[in-house]
Design a protein around this ligand. Sequence first.
Ligand code: SF4
Length: 374
Amino acid sequence: MLTGQDLAAFRGNLLAWFRHFQRDLPWRRTRDPYRVWLSEVMLQQTRVTAVVPYYERFLERFPNLHALAAAPEQEVLRLWSGLGYYRRARNLQKAAQQIVAEHGGEFPSRREEVLGLRGVGNYTAAAILSIAFEQKHAVLDGNVARVMARLGAVRGDLRARRRWQKLQNSADAYLDTKSPGDWNQAMMELGATLCAPRSPQCLLCPVAQFCEGRKQGIADLLPEKRKKRATVDIRLAAAVFADERGQTLLLPPPEQRNTEQLVDYVPTLASNLWHFPTVSVNGDPVVKLRGHLRKLQIQNQNGHLPFVRVDKVRHTVTYRSITVEPFRIAVKKLPRIKGAESVPLDEITVLPVSNLTRKVARAALAAASEQRSR
Ligand code: SF4
């Protein structure tokens, strides 16, 4: 553990490096807690480059807490569509409504109040409070934990409860209390750039002289691998209707559907968003999908609907490995399903849809254009 002059030099080096070399990111140009909060939520489990356009679009439509709180949930989800982990968007809006109802629309600045907001945990609270309010709270997420583990040559599973608490204690002790916002961002920036998971660039690192992992030659072996959860394979079949005008049918999120339609609902596919009629499969996908369409009361010529097999789509959500077998079903007129919406197949994002649903649409469009060019 660094103390005295070493600690002062360590802080000075890292802050100077951050202030000189930090990436120019839109959320770094503001201290508005709403914007800081939005960026932190979007950045959870998502790369910076993917987040930037979503962040900008979201703020154009919802420039402040009140606009977000008052919006229809479907509109919020539509703007989140493609970013994944949709619970984040739902929680974000619920927390915005909480702030309006309980804090008069002013973002709270007391830790207990921030932690009381929907979807806000220790990391997000520390990030908002330090960056927007300059309060002395050290952040600890996967990136910062990796940096701390390398600096201190910490072995073992970092997420083990006691080890994580020790890392939090070290992060608290290292925090530069004069500039907590910049300090936290500097630690995150180091973890996201030079001290990345693979091949840390120790030769360029501003704090290399203080790094025990580098001294021991084990920096790139840390953090030690955790035991992985076994992968679960999921096989699905999806019906992509296409009428003569290029329109298709999407089913609504499950909470808007009747119980009949909930039969065989597959949550991993839909993320509670709009999706193609889909069913889980362990035998013949055509038989299973026809049965599913019958349950959805798509009666008209169901037995004769022309199912054309489309390239399989693969998608991974945490430990789930999903394979979808889409079938393109060309029809003169789209069947009627209660609650379903007709949207252009090449523009399904007019409704909030998951990345997997987009992939299925792309596969169906590619198959159709291949068929036309033959
Ligand atoms: S010296 Fe290397 S391992 Fe240590 S903090 Fe810097 S980049 Fe990370």
